[in-house]
Write a protein that binds this ligand. Structure first.
Ligand SMILES: NC(=O)C1=CN([C@@H]2O[C@H](COP(=O)(O)OP(=O)(O)OC[C@H]3O[C@@H](n4cnc5c(N)ncnc54)[C@H](OP(=O)(O)O)[C@@H]3O)[C@@H](O)[C@H]2O)[C@@H](O)CC1
Ligand SMILES: Nc1ncnc2c1ncn2[C@@H]1O[C@H](COP(=O)(O)OP(=O)(O)O)[C@@H](O)[C@H]1O
Ligand SMILES: [K+]
Length: 468
């Protein structure tokens, strides 16, 4: 705890810019989260801050933390005299990962008063009121501008409403080890993603890295075909085939692709299919979807294909090859009912029901497999909320699934890697302002290069160029 408190105090000092004369209010619950706040408050008081602690459960406040604060000259105050209207800094130690259910009334009132006051709002470990496992907020929660968290990123900090209450996230290493990696829900690092993207070797040819087939776009929406095919090409499997009614546009944009205006069966052999972006939902589109799902190959089902699937979900239940569904919230609602506040549970539920991998898109994308294993994506930018970026994601994922058919990477991991890469491409594209979906396509090779250069667990790049 001392390590956590020291890290917390150090971050507070950096955020506030000074300690001397700083007016700090600690909101303290009865658990260790309150203890962390008290210990950090004591450290700030020793540096000259004027620290006031408000105890929600005075009889049960962390004894060591209380003694430390008193010893450092901090004072206690009633709820009514919390000083939130004049604090420079508010530390939320009401409740951390031990919280259950919505904030209780007294705690909710403090959270509200803190938000109305002038102080910088810093949550200890997790904004109080946010469910650590799911990010769901039942009622009110502390609206942190910064969250200093210990050891690892709990899913609740990066997904659902929790993400909006977390503000900027600061990680303090307290030597817990990667406990997310051991839990059922994981988050990939750059090195994890790079490890899962096979580079071509001296023995490779264009067929041995996985060939992806794209069924996307139409006369009405040719752009979806162009973006999806471009994304697959730039993720660099050996070969990309295209079959569909946007053939002319795709051919003109990407001479590297092998294009047919016919049906999927006319395209030639592939190791994975992407079906859906911009294909429409007419009878022809339905029959093409059925043809693709009838293969024994991995399939990404996106966009219009999801809408059509809603009418006949047994089409995917019957499959034995990997199927990855990539809905946003409205598409999800069509196939599996409302997402609700617990996005991970919703994705897991749909995955188990349909026997698929579900990649639920959003500001924090989650990926769940039928067996309950899940990933929370940690990359991306709100600038990705622009038309066509989903088509790009589908193309990246199709390419990764085609190579997964060769390398044996599980579909759920391919989906998590695709979301990670897509988010990093978005961050790169948005570095200089708003992005267009086409920017992502162009920046995919640079994104992949950067991932491969990212430090791995031992400080060396995760992957060093093509294997020899
Ligand atoms: N784990 C580790 O390795 C490390 C953990 N560390 C720290 O410990 C924290 C976890 O501590 P914890 O387990 O003591 O639980 P915690 O979050 O303080 O909650 C318990 C208190 O909350 C209350 N409460 C519950 N629900 C509530 C609600 N809805 N609304 C209002 N109150 C509610 C509950 O009340 P009760 O139900 O008992 O009346 C009880 O008072 C963790 O987040 C991190 O800061 C670090 O120091 C480093 C290593
Ligand atoms: N606010 C946001 N922050 C981060 N990423 C977002 C946000 N909104 C959308 N995205 C991402 O942008 C993409 C949008 O996909 P989608 O809705 O299918 O768009 P389209 O159908 O126009 O291609 C998804 O990858 C999604 O996760
Ligand atoms: K907290």
């Amino acid at each position: 705890m001392q390590r956590a408190a020291t890290g917390l105090a150090t971050h507070c000092l950096a955020l506030a810019g000074r300690a001397h004369g700083l007016r700090v209010t600690l909101l303290v619950g009865a658990g260790d989260n309150g203890g962390d706040a008290l210990l950090a408050g004591a450290l700030l008081a020793r540096r000259g801050a004027r620290v006031t602690a408000v105890l929600l459960a005075p009889d049960r406040a962390h004894p060591g933390g209380l003694a430390a604060l008193r010893g450092a000259g901090g004072r206690l105050a009633d709820l009514a005299d919390a000083g939130l209207d004049r604090a420079d800094l508010v530390l939320d130690g009401i409740v951390g990962i031990g919280g259950r259910g919505g904030l209780r009334p007294a705690a909710a009132e403090l959270a509200r008063a803190a938000a109305a006051g002038p102080g910088l709002l810093v949550a200890v470990d997790l904004p109080s009121g946010v469910d650590a496992d799911t990010g769901a907020v039942d009622g009110e929660a502390f609206a942190a501008q910064h969250t200093v968290t210990f050891g690892t990123r709990t899913p609740g900090l990066v997904v659902g409403a929790g993400r909006r209450h977390t503000g900027r996230l600061h990680l303090v290493d307290i030597g817990l080890g990667p406990h997310l990696a051991a839990a059922a829900t994981r988050q990939l690092t750059d090195a994890d993603a790079a490890d899962r993207i096979e580079a071509p070797s001296a023995a490779s040819d264009k067929y041995t890295q996985g060939v992806v087939g794209i069924v996307a776009g139409s006369a009405t929406y040719p752009g979806a075909g162009v973006l999806c095919t471009g994304a697959a090409l730039h993720t660099r499997p050996g070969l990309v085939r295209y079959a569909g009614t946007a053939a002319d546009g795709v051919r003109a944009a990407w001479p590297e692709a092998i294009v047919t205006a016919g049906r999927p069966g006319d395209a030639g052999r592939v190791q994975s299919w992407v079906v859906g972006p911009g294909v429409g939902t007419d009878d022809e589109a339905r029959s093409v979807l059925a043809e693709v799902l009838d293969t024994d190959l991995p399939v990404v089902v996106d966009a219009d294909a999801l809408t059509m699937l809603a009418d006949d979900p047994d089409l995917v239940r019957a499959r034995t090859a990997p199927t990855v569904l990539t809905p946003h919230d409205r598409e999800f609602a069509r196939i599996a009912g409302d997402v609700g506040p617990d996005r991970l549970a919703a994705a897991r539920r749909a995955a188990a029901d349909l026997g698929c991998t579900v990649l639920l898109k959003g500001s924090a994308t989650v990926v769940a497999d039928a067996d309950g294993s899940a990933f929370v994506n940690g990359t991306g930018t709100p600038y990705l909320a622009t038309a066509g970026t989903g088509d790009v994601l589908a193309g990246v994922l199709g390419a990764l699934l085609a190579s997964a058919a060769v390398t044996g990477l599980p579909a759920v991991e391919a989906a998590a890697v695709a979301a990670h890469v897509h988010g990093r491409a978005g961050e790169l594209a948005a570095a200089r302002g708003p992005l267009l979906a086409g920017d992502l396509v162009r920046l995919l090779p640079e994104t992949l290069h950067r991932l491969r250069e990212a430090p791995g667990p031992h400080g060396v790049p995760a992957a060093r160029g093509p294997a020899q």
